[in-house]
Ligand binder design. Structure first.
Ligand SMILES: [Zn+2]
Length: 406
């Protein structure tokens, strides 16, 4: 009897403890007042604020979340989010003020401190305060060395300022943190950064160092064409013409759809090395392999023009125009060739007919991430700052339009 009473009282104490724990979890003593921690999340303002946020109505979201935050003036996360919303609205000064005031709070945990600094860094970056943004992200990393967000932002700041070596080291850290799933992306970014470092060395006339950097870039990601192009330049400047040619030919093998980047170099190098048949052969092979490849046709047409073979050149150009009517370079080359031929009426009429069937398009290159458009191929997007996201937007001749016109 005595035993079961003891057991019962132990059980009762356990239950009471559990209950107290639940209460403690839910309520928090704040400045002599018990605050229901669930109050914020269960308040209509919080839910309404989230709904507005999902609908992209930032102003209304701010209004509701501000009311929700007033329920518990000590709540940190909601004020952080409010600051971020001000930034997204473009009110950078207000965002900075909001986040800075959070830093003044006593007894911030290390992680809370790091989170506030991260938000401040984003505010500064948005406001264009590069040095302060760098300092904020560096502070985040001091508090939380594994912060991938801080590293990624720091890398972009370093790239913006062409601090390629620093950006390279930052990306190395990021790659290590992110682990295998992120490896291919990091490898290709490292290749681009190595290439930029190599270009700096090339500009300063350090051929050996530049060569090493371009080779390292190729090792990091062998599918990117730029380091091949520049390595070829290095080999040429080092007086090794055949090695330069081999490097540019490798560039074409690696990325056939970007072969035109190497074509100009190869045309001159083949001529210099006394290999006159090589260039037409290469262009014909590229065109045969990829029927839509217009730049190889254009390059060969110019080559033939220079050899006084304008009729052959014009056939290639009209063919190229059918595949890519938006390329101004083809139109210019056609008019050039037509002028050389003294504007024969029949050929001019053929050109006009091909053009009429086609639609024109400006800015043919487009960023696959943010849809930023550019007339030329860019390796880093000036808008979203991502690497290797540009593709050429190709359009077929507008056949339906042509029919309805007729
Ligand atoms: Zn972009």
């Amino acid at each position: 009897m005595q035993d079961s009473l003891v057991l019962f009282s132990i059980l009762l104490a356990l239950l009471a403890g559990l209950g107290a724990g639940k209460v403690w979890e839910r309520y928090k003593l704040q400045e002599g007042r018990w605050i229901d921690r669930r109050k914020i999340r269960q308040s209509p303002h919080f839910i309404l604020g989230l709904n507005h946020l999902v609908a992209g109505q930032v102003d209304l979201a701010i209004e509701q979340l501000d009311k929700a935050a007033a329920l518990d003036p000590k709540a940190l996360e909601l004020r952080l989010v409010l600051g971020n919303l001000y930034r997204e609205k473009g009110q950078v000064g207000r965002a900075i003020h909001e986040h800075q005031s959070l830093l003044q709070r006593p007894r911030l945990s290390r992680l809370e401190h790091a989170n506030i600094q991260l938000c401040l860094g984003l505010d500064y970056r948005r406001g264009g305060f590069v040095d302060r943004a760098t300092a904020a992200f560096t502070e985040v990393l001091r508090l939380d060395p594994d912060s991938e967000a801080a590293l990624a932002n720091l890398e972009k700041l370093q790239e913006d300022q062409h601090q390629w070596q620093d950006a390279y080291l930052t990306r190395k850290r990021l790659a290590q943190l992110a682990g295998p799933p992120d490896q291919p992306k990091s490898q290709s970014i490292l290749a681009f950064l190595e290439t930029e470092i190599g270009l700096q060395a090339l500009k300063e006339g350090q051929l050996d160092e530049a060569g090493r950097r371009f080779e390292a870039a190729i090792d990091a990601d062998g599918s990117i064409v730029t380091p091949f192009i520049h390595l070829g330049e290095v080999r040429q400047q080092q007086g090794d013409l055949l090695s330069a040619i081999a490097t540019w030919e490798r560039a074409i093998d690696v990325a056939p759809d970007r072969s035109y980047l190497a074509l100009g170099y190869l045309e001159r190098a083949y001529a210099q090395a006394n290999l006159p048949n090589k260039f037409p052969e290469l262009c014909r092979r590229l065109t045969a392999e990829r029927p839509r490849e217009w730049r190889a046709r254009l390059a060969l047409a110019r080559h033939l023009d220079a050899q006084n073979r304008p009729h052959e050149a014009l056939e290639l150009l009209l063919d190229a125009l059918e595949h890519n009517p938006h390329a101004l370079a083809i139109h210019q080359a056609i008019w050039n060739t037509l002028s050389v031929l003294d504007l024969p009426r029949a050929l001019v009429a053929r050109y006009i007919e091909v053009t009429r069937r086609s639609v024109f398009y400006l800015d043919p290159h487009v960023c696959t991430r943010c849809r930023y458009r550019s007339t030329e191929l860019l390796w880093q997007c000036p808008h979203c700052h991502e690497w290797n996201t540009f593709v050429e937007e190709r359009i077929a001749p507008a056949q339906d339009l042509a029919k309805s016109d007729a």
